[in-house]
Each structure stands twice: as structure tokens, then as C-alpha cells.
Design a protein around this ligand. Sequence first.
Ligand code: AMP
Length: 310
Amino acid sequence: MSLVVIGSVAFDALETPFGKTDKIIGGAATYISLSASYSVKPVKLVAVVGDDFPQSDIALLQQHGADTEGLQIKQGEKSFFWSGKYATDLNSRETLVTELNVLADFDPILPDSYQDCKYLMLGNLTPQTQRLVIQRLVNRPKLIVMDTMNFWMDIALEDLKTTIEMVDVLSINDEEARQLSGQHSLVKAAKIILEMGPKYLIIKKGEHGALLFDKKQVFFAPALPLEEVFDPTGAGDTFAGGFIGYLAATDDISFENMKRAVVHGSAMASFCVEKFGTERLLNLSQEEIEAREQQFADLVAVMPATVAAS
Ligand code: AMP
């Protein structure tokens, strides 16, 4: 099932209590496509980098299932650069630098071979660019999933709401859900956000798991309690890539299957945080992924108290 992914492909510089990196490969679309590639190939990438982006990093994406026909390389320009620093508990992070560079005037061009898109993942980018991709697809995809962040809520809220109205699933974290809705209760926030247009809402709560809402029901998947978390960068994108990759591979967008996709996405994200940057996503085996999904299932498997007592 054809999956198209748009988002940033970037240089990141990261600082966690465990160490610092210089510029390494990052970006929302990078994490999404690496994660989705374990479910479906190719992942058709729409992104832009400058001529400072190493050919070896593009080759790395290709080796991991990315179709890079839609990846533009802008001569004489610099790639998007983001730098972040995590607090000791790794739960909060401060953005130190956001240099949009090539992203500032990114015009997403979709190759003809991408027009068969059935599943569209709009990774973090300007809401206007995300919208252009929907408009440039001749046929509306079966499912459009969108990820975004507080940065766009701060500087382009109305634009963001216009794009949100056009998608099927919105994936954001708890702080962003509160900011977008103006409600502290996540249940109330979900109600308000679902009124904005999407049929489904995913609220990611970091080490506290993820919630999936539609207008009638809610599902919760925990995060795996991990002994060591090294670097949470990209966890949200890795989750989103796993989520849409699973749905594309199974081609089933029922709520029941979305629950499984949330567990799969959570399992992929749990790998991501174990090493710096994308490192842990580069060589996972299907056995490891399945074993991790089983750990998730075991984590919450309990017989209802009423049944156990009888
Ligand atoms: P996450 O940790 O899932 O929120 O994603 C981190 C990734 O998002 C990093 O690799 C960054 O390069 C990328 N990123 C950070 N800020 C932005 C932004 N404003 N637009 C697009 N991508 C961004």
C-alpha cells in the first residue's frame, strides 16, 4: 500500500544528561520513514535538504526503504538545523536553535509516481506546506495522519487549524493538546480538538503512554518502562511512522486495528529512545519488534476483577 511521508530531514545537535552530539541526521521525516520501513516499503519521501547534506545520509535512507525521488537538494543552501537540550529527567526539553534554512520556502513537489498514495503521513512542517501536499494529490488518500508541534501553535495557529480540518488523524503530545484546546483535562481537550475536523486524535504522553480517541471511544497504550532512556528525540515521529506503517501494511483503518497500530508505534518509539538519534532504528530485526510488542501486551494483560473473583 503506497505510503507518502512529508516532513523535515535535518541536522540535529542534541544534548542529554548522557552526552552531546554534533550535527547528526535527524528530522521528523527521517524518523518517520525509518520507523515505517519496518512495516512497508518503499516509503515515498517528500522533503528538502541543502547541498551540505551528505550523500551518505541520503544513501542511508535509501538503504532503509526510502524512495527519495521526492527529496529536493537545494544547491547553495543549508539544511534545516535544530538543536535541543533535555532536562535531567528527560521529560522536558528546551529548543536551543531552529534554523529553517531550506524549509523557509519549501515547495513540496510530488513526483508522478507518488500519485498512487493511499496513506499520507504529514510529519512536522509548516502547516501550509503540509496542506499543499494534500492539495497536490489528485485523489484524496484513504488516510491522512498529521503530526505537528507547539512551535506552529505559537506562530501560525489559524493556518494550523485550516490544515487540521483536512486530516483524519491528528497526533500531538499532551502539552500541545492542552495548548490547542485551552483545556487542561485531556478528555475535554480531545472533544474540542475532534470538533476541529479530525476523526481520530492521538495524544502522546511520553513515558506515560498514548491515548487514541474518536468521538465515541478511547484507547490507552502504556509506554514500556525502560531501564535506560538515552535520548527521547524523534520518539514522537518514530511512533507516528510505526502507526501509519502498520495501518498501510494491514490496509485496515478500523478503530480496532488502530489500537494495534498504536501499540506497534509505541514499541518502535521504545527502541528509538535507547540510543542517540536514529542509531537504534537502523538495525532492528522483526523478532525484536515482535518480542517488544509482546512485552506491551503482557504489561497490561489482566483478567477483569469480576471474572477473576468468580
Ligand atoms: P520529536 O522528538 O518527535 O518531537 O522530533 C524531533 C525532530 O523534529 C528533530 O529531529 C528535529 O529535526 C525535528 N524538528 C524540530 N523542530 C521542528 C520544526 N519546527 N519543523 C520541523 N521539524 C522539526
